[in-house]
Write a protein that binds this ligand. Structure first.
Ligand code: FES
Ligand code: FES
Length: 155
């Protein structure tokens, strides 16, 4: 059996230390060890975006990063950005515009949309679609999602 490693990282503003198996993915660590189940696990190979979290300010696929690689990093999940109210305008717009059905893609979609908001003051629908193109939604057809993001980013 491979040797476990002690890692120390900051998750949603709180520093934690845990012993992890070297092959455990970051999203599994967040869900199984910390109970942060808002980050979802879909394809498990970097395609669907359901596992999107923020590491040191950048969005990453939690299924493509190992927990040990997050040692020393600052990780933010949908729970943290909800508690801090950073996502509140997007969440309100998603709710009001019915931009979710089953909700499976929604945490990752919100993380990706917020990343666009951090980068740009305005965005066209094409730019919004491009930015969320790595986040799959099986339910909505994307129209309402783009509407919601457009409302927030363009005011
Ligand atoms: S579960 Fe990570 S990209 Fe699909
Ligand atoms: S709302 Fe169901 S996958 Fe997007």
């Amino acid at each position: 059996m491979e040797q476990a490693h002690d890692i120390t990282l900051t998750v949603n503003g709180t520093q934690i230390t845990r012993r992890v198996e070297p092959r455990q993915h970051l999203v599994d660590f967040l869900r199984e060890e910390l109970g942060l189940t808002g980050s979802h696990l879909g394809c498990e190979h970097g395609v669907c975006g359901a596992c999107t979290v923020r590491v040191n300010g950048e969005i990453v696929r939690g299924c493509l990063m190992l927990a040990v690689q997050a040692n020393g990093c600052s990780v933010d999940t949908i729970e943290g950005l909800t508690d801090s109210k950073e996502l509140a305008p997007l969440q309100k717009a998603f709710h009001e515009r019915n931009a979710l059905q089953c909700g499976f893609c929604t945490p990752g979609m919100l993380m990706a949309a917020q990343d666009l908001l951090k980068q740009k003051k305005k965005a066209s629908r094409e730019e919004i679609r491009e930015h969320i193109s790595g986040n799959y939604c099986r339910c909505t057809g994307y129209q309402a999602i783009v509407d919601a993001i457009e409302e927030v980013i363009n005011g």
